[in-house]
Ligand binder design. Sequence first.
Ligand SMILES: [Zn+2]
Length: 201
Amino acid sequence: MKKERPVCPHCGSNQLVADGSLEFDGAAGEWRAGSEIYNESCLCRNCGRSEFNPEWKEHKFTVLTPAHATLDLGDPPPYCSFDVDVDLIEKIKSVREAIQSLALAEASISFGGWWGPETDEYRLQGGALVIASSGSFWASDMRKHESYYIESEVIEVDDLLALWETATTGSVHVLAAHGDEAVELLAEYRTDTIEPPVDDH
Ligand SMILES: [Zn+2]
């Protein structure tokens, strides 16, 4: 799988159409799209601009989910967020195959989610992404000197793979939350991740 995808240089969307040539595939007996596109032939379905060359950018997006503590009296983090890139997608697919071929109940990989602005102070240890045979996964971590886990909500692997195909590069997607909860979560995340103004003095 390629790390990079073409994006619109004006709005960043991946929803591009381009002109190119067809090559006749003798074995299949039909025309197939060639891999080259004509110069300045792109049209963006998102912003409507046309006649440009795409930019190539590493495809990644951010997932944001509610989070909880596994102990009722524990201190839950505000949310869990993590970047999804081609490496993570390929890892999750491989682990899912291993779960099926070895009939495992679940399997986990080392993983570092971002649990809000206090993440560095949490002194986390043993972060993992747990993938279950049911086809769902969640992020899990533990603060040093605490006896309980902090976990993201449960996400379906298929939902993540579908999002991988359609998400705009650089976008943020709320999963496992709906309606007002999703809106509030995104607002909190946006506030937390705004770059502080540079202090010249
Ligand atoms: Zn565009």
